[in-house]
Design a protein around this ligand. Structure first.
Ligand SMILES: Cc1cc2nc3c(=O)[nH]c(=O)nc-3n(C[C@H](O)[C@H](O)[C@H](O)COP(=O)(O)OP(=O)(O)OC[C@H]3O[C@@H](n4cnc5c(N)ncnc54)[C@H](O)[C@@H]3O)c2cc1C
Length: 306
């Protein structure tokens, strides 16, 4: 099958690679690549966040986790397996595992922070986008044609796969997708245990996470609906609040190197469906790296069901 993939973030590249592995002939068109994409800003830890619908997400996430675990065998891919801790309210102790863990193992454990807190413990692949996006691009045979697409139906091929994230607001067009601003702070590694990642979403207005990379820490975060079309802006108060939260949990993070902001392509539900010869695959919210392979495999199934 001849297939055009539009978009070269984590979703477009993973979809292109998966389709090539299934024997299809792929071309990729994208307005931006690498560091210019939202995907380059991500943490990027395996963790389903601000994404739906739950049952499909749990399945796509489990498939993607297994894929990332396999790829972590190649150090050049920039993927390492960390132990994840999601801090929870004590009252959740007797509750069933979280919705996103429907297809993976989680257990209860003391949170590895200074306070007396409990957490869900699980194995979490962590991706370094600056290593993994070029690694992926190098494995996709199709080169990326750099240009903006204004009409999906005008692109050639038996199928056109729309992996344009927020670009789908105009291109699909779809006003159910909108930007959710996220801010992160990059610090020196400090003396924290870099084999663990900690998430604290007990207060949805002040989410916190710590994601160690090989040479730095990513501290987050924030989630703020953002006007479509407006450029994201760094908020120094958010940086201060994130650093305060790290300190209050007893995490000995290093000096601040930089702050970054990006716009998550949020939709109540990922749009993964066929519309004639167009297949949409966008709206992965705060979980593009968590769902990429599971969604790409579903695209591959839709293509063969022609
Ligand atoms: C601060 C922050 C932290 C995050 N942390 C995590 C995390 O820890 N784990 C995780 O799983 N996810 C995380 N995310 C979410 C993740 O970054 C996104 O879900 C993911 O990047 C979406 O990928 P995408 O390929 O759909 O979009 P993008 O990376 O935005 O790529 C879209 C592609 O489409 C192209 N495009 C758009 N419109 C057009 C057009 N009209 N014509 C041609 N090309 C077009 C773009 O140029 C680009 O190539 C985070 C996001 C942010 C902002």
């Amino acid at each position: 099958m001849e297939i055009t993939v539009v978009g070269a973030g984590i979703i477009g590249l993973t979809t292109a690679l998966t389709l090539e592995q299934e024997g299809h002939s792929v071309r990729i068109v994208a307005a931006a690549t690498g560091a210019q994409t939202t995907s380059a800003i991500a943490g990027a830890i395996w963790f389903p966040y601000r994404v739906g619908p739950p049952a499909k997400v749990a399945l796509w996430a489990a498939l993607t986790r297994a894929w990332l675990q396999r790829l972590s065998g190649d150090p050049e891919a920039g993927i390492d397996l960390l132990t994840g801790y999601e801090i929870t309210q004590e009252s959740e102790y007797d509750h069933p595992p979280p919705w996103w863990a429907a297809n993976i193992e989680v257990s209860r454990a003391a949170a590895p922070v200074s306070m007396d807190l409990v957490a869900w413990k699980f194995s979490a692949p962590r991706v370094e986008p600056a290593r993994f996006l070029p690694w992926l691009a190098a494995r996709v045979r199709a080169p990326v044609e750099r240009r903006a697409v204004f009409d999906l139906a005008a692109e050639p091929g038996d199928f056109v796969i729309n992996c344009t994230g927020l670009g789908s607001r105009e291109l699909a067009p779809d006003d159910l997708i909108y930007p959710l601003l996220g801010q992160i702070v990059i610090t020196d590694p400090g003396t924290v245990d870099r084999s663990i990642t900690v998430t604290d979403h007990r207060n949805p207005e002040a989410i916190f996470y710590m994601i160690p990379r090989r040479d730095e820490l990513v501290l987050g975060g924030s989630t703020l609906p953002w006007p479509p079309g407006a450029l994201p802006e760094i908020d120094r108060d958010v940086t201060r609040r994130i650093l305060d939260q790290a300190r209050s949990l007893g995490l000995a993070v290093g000096n601040v190197r930089t702050e970054r902001v990006g716009l998550r392509p949020y939709r109540l539900e990922v749009r993964l469906e066929r519309e004639g010869r167009i297949i949409h695959n966008y709206g992965h919210g705060g979980a593009g790296f968590t769902l990429a392979r599971g969604c790409a495999e579903e695209v591959a199934r839709l293509v063969t069901r022609m």
